[in-house]
Design a protein around this ligand. Structure first.
Ligand code: SF4
Length: 540
């Protein structure tokens, strides 16, 4: 090579502007792109071959292409996708739901869906019902991929036979697991059809679905379809269907679509975030203060009950499913109580409370979506701790529940509560953020501290994937609830001890990051059990 050629060669390698474009190709992460470029350059030096900047760029791009598994886009006509426009109108009874575990989107949602279909079917004209021969439910997407581990088929059958999530006896669901061949009569007018688990069909896991949690329900007359409806379990036990329009609601007293607006109402009216939420609950749903708090009390009591029943389970109890996971809540609690150091006792007890409620979820017992079933150990742990350990007045915890709901509403409004859409950051991350707001509010923190605590807890869950082992909401979910609870307390501890105005990240920015991360997360990490721990953990 001549000196001139060498000079050109050196220049090409040194001048990175020719090699690395100002703009990294879309869909490629910057770090791996730069690494690939460097490797291609090094190879050129070692082999003595001149490689043009353009061909190095193209080669780096080709080798840096991410694994092709883009998350299927959600249909733009789903109400859950149209969120983010207009003020938050969610109400507390829509948000906190009591129902059987282990997953709000895979058990509570499907049970609400089939119950809804059962109700619709009963309204068909008598001559049509007289022809009915069968009820069929088809599960698609994530409901099909991980439904077996979640007990989706049992929940779906329970709804078809007229059972609702808040009142179903978990023993009924257990009996379906233990005796799967049972059949049940379903009365439709004068006609009775028989249903069993065979009528719940695990259908395609991949396809052009409007939502990853899609299902259809059909009333059949032989081969003829008398009634068919497509549904979506959109996270947190919320459901929609083809042609769904959200129910009409009254305008909120204090309209807000962001934390900034919510806090502005609180600060300008010199009231707490909880008071703003109370006023909105009353105006949107047309309820009295007593009615709002009566519902909140029901949820608080259910949360306390789930922790208590989890702690009471024998130390060697084995959770259902192939993992054969031993429960540990009671052991962790007992050992924590014996710990020499007070701080260790506190962390141990808080972890045990979260484990207790989450293990109840793993058993398929009744839990509370806050915001989901998988994350159902986080909020109850803090509620239980504030009531049983800190002995805070009930009213403080009630207000904390309202502030926590505001956090969940905003995450739902601008991002997602569904692991099938956003991974575990949307479940445990949101739960931890809600719990941080609960603790801050119950401790009379000012609105900025409530925001900062919620922001901090959410921030440190960003990017967390959902990869339940064997499709069961047990590993990593149960321990993850304990970590979410402890992180919530840490977030409050930091927020209440820093100078609030110096907190550099606002809650709205973190929710945007949650939404963006959810959008770009590889679909394998969205409750499909196709990657992460679900792949690396080998059950024997
Ligand atoms: S990993 Fe997280 S999001 Fe996924 S099922 Fe478990 S708790 Fe839910």
């Amino acid at each position: 090579m001549s000196d001139k050629e060498n000079e050109k060669f050196d220049d090409e390698l040194l001048d990175t502007s020719g090699v690395i474009p100002n703009k990294i190709p879309s869909g490629v992460d910057r770090r791996s792109f730069l690494m690939r470029s460097a490797v291609v350059g090094a190879a050129a030096v070692m082999t003595g071959q001149v490689v043009s900047a353009r061909s190095r760029t193209l080669k780096a791009f080709a080798e840096s292409l991410p694994e092709q598994n883009p998350a299927p886009p959600l249909s733009s006509d789903l109400a859950v996708v149209k969120k983010g426009k207009g003020p938050v109108l969610t109400t507390i009874d829509e948000f906190y739901k009591v129902g059987p575990g282990p997953s709000s989107s895979h058990t509570i949602g499907p049970m609400r869906i089939t119950y809804d279909f059962y109700q619709r079917a009963t309204k068909l004209p008598a001559d049509q019902l007289a022809k009915a021969t069968a009820l069929k439910v088809h599960l698609f997407g994530s409901l099909s991929a991980t439904g077996k581990g979640h007990g989706t088929e049992r929940a779906s059958l329970a709804g078809l036979v007229g059972k609702e999530p808040a009142t179903v006896d978990p023993l009924f669901l257990d009996s379906l697991r233990d005796k799967p061949d049972q059949t049940f009569p379903v009365k439709l007018g004068d006609k009775t059809v028989t249903v069993s688990l065979k009528d719940i069909i695990y259908d395609a896991t991949k396809g052009d679905f409007k939502h990853p949690n899609t299902m259809t329900a059909k009333l059949m007359a032989g081969d003829q379809v008398l009634l068919e409806q497509e549904y979506y379990s959109v996270g947190g036990g919320f459901i929609e269907w083809k042609g769904y329009t959200p129910p009409k609601k009254n305008p909120p007293k204090y309209p807000f679509a962001t934390m900034k607006e919510l806090r502005a109402h609180a600060d300008s009216n010199k009231i707490s975030i909880a008071k703003v939420m109370l006023a909105n609950e009353m105006s949107i749903a047309g309820r009295t203060e007593e009615e709002v708090f009566a519902f909140v009390d029901k949820i608080i009591n259910a949360m306390v009950a789930t922790v208590k029943s989890g702690l009471k389970m024998p130390e060697d109890d084995v959770l259902p499913g192939p993992i054969k996971l031993h429960s540990k809540a009671a052991t962790v609690y007992k050992r924590a109580m014996d710990d020499t150091y007070q701080s260790d006792r506190g962390i141990g007890a808080l972890s045990a409370y979260a484990l207790a409620a989450s293990e109840e979820n793993g058993r398929g017992h009744l839990v509370i979506t806050a915001p989901t079933g998988g994350s159902a150990g986080v909020m109850p742990a803090l509620v239980f701790g504030l009531i049983e350990n800190r002995k805070l007045p009930l009213q403080k915890v009630r207000e904390g529940m309202l502030a926590a709901a505001a956090i969940g509403y905003l995450c739902k409004h601008h991002a997602t509560l569904s692991a099938a859409e956003g991974g575990c950051q949307a479940e445990i991350g949101v739960a931890s953020s809600m719990a941080a707001a609960l603790v801050a509010t119950a401790n009379d923190a000012e609105s900025r501290v409530v925001e900062n605590a919620a922001e901090s807890a959410l921030e440190h869950h960003l990017g967390m994937t959902c990869d339940p082992v064997a499709g069961y909401v047990q590993v990593p979910c149960i321990e993850r609830c304990a970590f979410g609870a402890v992180k919530a307390w840490t977030a409050y501890a930091i927020a209440s001890n820093e100078i609030a105005s110096r907190h550099r990240v606002d809650f709205d920015a973190t929710v945007q990051a949650l939404a963006q991360t959810a959008k770009e997360m590889n679909s394998k990490y969205k409750e499909t059990s196709e990657a992460g721990l679900a792949l690396s953990v080998v059950l024997c």
